[in-house]
Design a protein around this ligand. Structure first.
Ligand code: ARG
Length: 560
């Protein structure tokens, strides 16, 4: 039942439609205040009255019925109490019936969202700095699909630039196909480091590198074979990590994919009189918008990161006709996105307003010993492995007889890494701590996973669930219903604000309210209808927590 819509249908305000009224209705943080609330300051302007006066007026005009039992005006809010029995019955039935589809919506039907995320750089290590973009982007893909959107997940590979010329030089001097096949990404990064050490004393290496880079661009066979080998090795390595993290992409069209798609951008910029020459380079002046100029072509005629992003945006619009195109990229690149979005707007692309930079904060590690390995970056794979290992130790200690301990450790360990990156507002910097993310009693992944395992164990003892009655719910039972009833809204909100952490926080809240219920309310051995009610609540919690975690890309062990 759409309670908000129903409440709105019973409220008349001149000049404000029902949908708007419905969108203002909130679920109050505690149940004592009521089940739904309408903040009346929203109407102050339209009604030219204070929120308190408005609340009183609306209360007097409102007629209660068997759906909405009670209405109160409190401090400029209109608080509604619904018929809890009816609400609870319908909600629990809906959750049990829909199962893994519970919470889905069709609001995105017919709309496509492109999500550019992870977007790793070829032949560079996949390090802890890529964690947030990868898991935030992946969660957003899953959330928007759940909401009915068509989603195109794009890994905008960093596969263009003089560094690939350098890599070929380094490869020819110090490596071989065999060595690369064997040492993989580590070999590639180490010869790249060696190149930089050598080039300091031998600048002619850079001339060679430029030469090879040019060969790649010109389509030279050997140069491209090597470049493709580097790319393939990198992708194979990161694929393993993507698999662990349940991350998938629909497109790997990276920067080099746009090599032949920039000419039109340059032509159009020229035609529209936007391109200026500055020190032989081509730029778009953005002084009017308080930004430094956007560099389009270097003095040697080669393109830049922004040029490729513009070509990519145009390509995506033409190919997918997106409703929104999101870029999940660290806040360090704020200016870059503001600049090229602005240039596209100046080019009169009406869809430039649909491009959106989803910025997030930095991740660092508390564990000093791990944070730099002889000056090298912390590999994401090492973090995940270490987390799995630590999870394994904890499980070994707590439940040495558990079946399938390794699988459980994998799910707890990788889940904790994902959860650790998704549990706070995305713009906040994160200090990652193994002990914190693996604390079974904290606001953590294993805490939620453990709660689901608890539900599973209750359900397997409880057997088939018979008829239940929701007319006399106690406080703990209703608290659970009311949190369960918020799931749909939370998912919508998470999508709208591009904030998977709303789902993480919600899962923690639901788990904690369930655990309170579990300790206060006896399930087995209760009177039949009460037992059935409590079992069905348990099943509903298991379903909703599972759906929430699926959206985050986290698996849940059957038993813990
Ligand atoms: N590869 C880039 C980096 O590591 C991120 C690319 C983000 N996506 C984009 N369309 N610019 O910094």
């Amino acid at each position: 039942m759409d309670y908000k819509g129903y409440i709105a249908s019973k409220i008349e305000i001149d000049g404000i439609d029902k949908e708007t009224i419905s969108s203002f209705i909130e679920v109050p943080p505690t149940n004592e205040m009521g089940d739904f609330a309408l903040p009346c300051f929203r109407f102050s302007k339209a009604m030219r009255k204070s929120p308190i006066e408005i609340a009183n007026l609306l209360k007097d005009a409102f007629t209660t019925d068997d759906v909405i039992k009670e209405v109160n005006a409190v401090n400029g809010y209109l608080n509604f109490k619904i018929n809890r029995g009816g609400f609870s019955q319908k909600l629990i039935e809906e959750i049990l019936e829909k199962g893994e589809d519970y919470g889905k919506s069709d609001i995105g039907n017919g709309k496509t969202i492109c999500i550019d995320y992870s977007s790793i750089n070829i032949a560079k290590p996949f390090h802890i700095g890529h964690l947030s973009t990868t898991v935030i982007g992946s969660a957003l893909c899953k959330i928007f699909r759940f909401l009915g959107y068509k989603v195109v997940g794009i890994n905008h590979l960093g596969d263009y630039g003089t560094q690939f010329g350098k890599l070929i030089v380094a490869f020819k001097k110090w490596s071989s196909i065999e060595k690369v096949q064997k040492g993989r990404l580590t070999e590639l990064t180490s010869i790249y480091v060696k190149y930089h050490e050598e080039a300091e004393n031998n600048p002619s290496l850079d001339d060679e590198a430029r030469h090879y880079f040019k060969l790649i661009e010109e389509g030279d066979k050997e140069a491209n074979e090597l470049f493709n080998l580097f790319k393939q090795i990198t992708l194979e390595e990161v694929e393993k990590i993507y698999k662990l993290l349940n991350v998938e992409f629909d497109s790997y069209a990276g920067e080099s994919f746009y090599n032949d798609k920039m000419g039109v951008v340059i032509d159009e910029l020229t035609e529209k009189g936007l391109l200026k020459t500055s020190d032989k380079a081509k730029i778009v002046d953005l002084e009017k918008y308080d930004m430094p100029p956007c560099l389009i072509l270097k003095s040697d005629g080669s393109s830049l990161y922004a040029t490729r992003d513009m070509a990519a945006a145009i390509y995506r619009k033409n190919t997918y006709d997106f409703y929104k195109c999101l870029y999940v990229v660290a806040y360090q690149q704020n200016l870059h996105f503001k600049q090229f979005f602005k240039v596209l707007e100046l080019m009169d692309k009406p869809w430039a307003k649909d491009l959106e930079h989803v910025a997030y904060g930095m991740v660092s590690l508390t564990d000093g010993a791990m944070s730099t390995r002889s000056g090298r970056v912390v590999l994401l794979e090492d973090v995940i492995k270490k987390c799995i290992e630590k999870a394994q130790n904890i499980i070994e200690e707590k439940t040495p007889d558990l079946d399938g301990k390794e699988e459980v450790a994998r799910k707890v360990g990788t889940g904790s890494v994902i959860f650790g990156a998704l549990c706070n507002n995305k713009i906040k910097d994160i200090v990652f701590s193994y002990d914190k993310v693996l604390n079974f009693d904290g606001e953590t992944c294993p805490y939620v996973q453990y709660t689901v395992a608890r539900c599973n164990s209750v359900l397997s003892k409880g057997g088939e669930i018979g008829e239940f009655d929701t007319n006399n719910l106690n406080e703990d039972e209703y608290a659970l219903v009311s949190v369960l009833g918020r799931f749909k809204e939370v998912v919508l909100d998470a999508g709208e604000k591009r904030e998977p952490s709303f789902i993480t926080r919600y899962a923690l809240e639901l788990a904690s309210v369930f655990n309170k219920f579990y300790f206060n309310c006896k399930i087995m051995g209760s009177e039949e209808k009460v037992k059935n009610l409590r079992l069905s609540l348990t099943k509903a919690v298991q379903t909703v927590l599972t759906n929430a975690f699926t959206l985050l890309g986290i698996e849940i062990p059957e038993k813990m």
